[in-house]
Write a protein that binds this ligand. Structure first.
Ligand code: ZN
Ligand code: FE
Length: 256
């Protein structure tokens, strides 16, 4: 079994889509469908033909191109069970822990409600990849449109336990702002300072900061560090419960 190849492409203001390709079988999956033109151009550029389309959640910047991509390629569309707004064109629904096969390996759906209640993240355990949609960003997390802090913390805790070497592909390039915010609330974190410098350099060269590794996120992402003594100290919440710390971080980030 050869390693899957990932090709990340930008679209819209700050979105990323990703093509995941297996050279042995020729199968290709696309993560999210916000922009059909961008996805089809990426497929053409790589000379890959699409077999699977994996949808994380119902927001338009992740679904607007779904029907066009499906009709252009005839791909199988896999996406979340309709918890909140139903998505037209899904062939196969997945919920928490659902598994399906792609290119001879197992893909596991992880339900991570909070940003939306339907959010599904896709974990490829054999290839150490996870596609986190708008749940987990590099050094940040999604806004709570349909869920609350307790729900989102529980979702993020499902991602925290994946193997640390797992590559985290999130759906937006929000990293530079996230890094500035993270430094505000966790100023003494050396790993964060170093990552923030790397992000500044990457963005100055117009390069992507995504993917990161889970290990990197565990060390730098304040939303994964609600149990960290230094972060709690800087928030003045040494003895608060984790949900309260998470809620405070999310609220501060909303105002940031
Ligand atoms: Zn969204
Ligand atoms: Fe989004």
């Amino acid at each position: 079994m050869s390693k899957l190849q990932c090709f990340q492409f930008p679209y819209g203001h700050d979105n990323y889509g990703v093509l995941v390709h297996d050279a042995d079988t020729g199968q290709t999956a696309c993560i999210d469908a916000g922009d059909a033109q961008a996805a089809l151009a990426a497929l053409e550029q790589q000379e890959w033909s699409l077999t699977h389309l994996l949808i994380t959640h119902h927001h338009g910047d992740h679904t607007a191109g779904l029907t066009d991509i499906k009709s252009a390629t005839g791909c199988l569309v896999i996406g979340p069970e309709p918890v909140s707004s139903p998505i037209a064109g899904i062939d196969r629904f997945v919920g928490d822990g659902s598994e399906f096969e792609f290119a001879g390996r197992r893909v596991r759906a992880i339900h991570t409600p909070g940003h939306t209640t339907d959010m599904i993240n896709f974990h490829f355990p054999d290839d150490a990849l996870v596609f986190t949609g708008d749940t987990l960003f590099s050094m940040g997390c999604g806004r709570l449109f349909e869920g609350d802090a307790a729900m989102m913390l529980k979702s993020i805790n499902k991602l925290k336990v994946l193997p640390p070497e797992t590559l985290v592909y999130c759906a937006h390039e929000y990293t530079a702002t996230n890094a500035r915010f993270a430094l505000d609330v966790d100023p003494d974190n050396k790993a964060l300072q170093e990552r923030a410098r790397e992000v500044t350099r990457l963005r100055a060269n117009d390069e992507a900061t995504v993917p990161s590794s889970l290990q990197q996120e565990l060390a730098t992402n304040p939303f994964l560090r609600t149990d960290d003594a230094g972060l709690r100290q800087s928030l003045g919440m040494v003895d608060a419960d984790e949900v309260a710390v998470f809620a405070e971080l999310r609220e501060r980030r909303n105002q940031y």
